[in-house]
Design a binder for this molecule. Structure first.
Ligand SMILES: NC(=O)c1ccc[n+]([C@@H]2O[C@H](COP(=O)([O-])OP(=O)(O)OC[C@H]3O[C@@H](n4cnc5c(N)ncnc54)[C@H](OP(=O)(O)O)[C@@H]3O)[C@@H](O)[C@H]2O)c1
Length: 247
């Protein structure tokens, strides 16, 4: 049987870790659907990777827009008939929250809702919509880009390196993402699909800031590993690099 080309969709891919994840998947010969909510930025990013010789195609996708999720699924069904890799990378932290502070006592409910809309509800809705296509792959892989800041174990330890970093809306949304990873992996345990959460590290992007020590090329590696796991790879786990993180 001819080997079918692998198809990957990466959300929030016009810049930062998502863009780099598209590049590294593309370099493995995978057809990459670069999804972004801003058409001009998404098309520009796609053109850049195509100039590098990679098979990358633009998909307009705001993960909070149900119509766009529906349309993206229809287009993928029509053009490819299946999906092998979904990297749920799109994410946000509100400007009302600072990375190095504790916003819990003051955070406005609308900031919480807005953060959850992107980081959690959008991620869940998109994944559910694409599951029928992932089930058509011989080896579906779902990578939920979470954060170590979603770890309850880390946050409940006052001695942890992350003790002072408590932007509540962001952290709680990433904890919810991790719960989705565990629940979905259990729901799909009888299928070849593997579902894992990734912590990229502290990476120099618009979200991570200029002080971050890691470059995007290094930061994308966890998602790349999880997106391309072999049949013996883990499912239902939380990783940085190949190291398992505490929930
Ligand atoms: N950088 C770090 O240190 C770090 C650490 C742990 C986890 N992470 C996670 O890694 C992921 C990527 O972050 P990054 O550091 O690469 O940040 P980034 O450069 O700010 O990129 C975030 C991406 O998400 C997109 N996005 C935001 N809201 C969206 C929506 N509603 N629909 C679709 N796309 C949307 C942004 O699009 P626009 O350009 O249109 O806003 C952008 O493409 C996030 O999930 C983040 O939480 C990052």
């Amino acid at each position: 049987m001819a080997k079918h080309p692998r198809i990957a969709l990466v959300t929030g891919a016009n810049k930062g870790l998502g863009f780099e994840t598209c590049r590294q998947l593309g370099r493995q010969g995978i057809i990459v659907l670069l999804a972004a909510r801003n058409r001009a930025l998404g098309e520009g990013a796609t053109a850049q990777l195509r100039e590098e010789g990679l098979d990358v195609h633009f998909v307009v996708l705001d993960v909070t827009n149900s119509d766009q999720i529906h349309e993206a699924r229809l287009q993928m069904e029509k053009h490819y008939g299946h999906l092998d890799i979904l990297v749920n990378n799109a994410g946000t932290i509100s400007p009302e929250e600072t990375l190095f502070g504790n916003s819990t006592a003051t955070i406005a409910p609308e900031i919480l809702r807005r953060t959850f809309d992107v980081n959690f509800f959008g991620l869940v809705e998109l994944t559910q919509a694409l599951l029928p296509l992932l089930k058509k792959s011989p080896a579906g892989r779902i990578v939920n880009v979470a954060s170590i800041l979603g770890s309850l174990t880390v946050h409940s330890d006052p001695a942890s390196d992350f003790a002072a970093i408590k932007p509540f809306a962001y952290d709680a949304s990433k904890t919810a993402v991790n719960q989705f990873t565990i629940h979905l992996a259990a729901a799909l345990a009888d299928t070849p699909i593997k579902v894992n959460s990734a912590h990229p590290g502290w990476v120099r992007t618009d979200l991570g800031g200029n002080e971050a020590p890691m470059e995007v090329a290094e930061g994308a590696k966890t998602a790349i590993w999880l997106a391309t796991l072999g049949p013996d790879g883990p499912t239902g786990g939380f990783f940085h690099g190949t190291e398992r993180l505490p929930w």
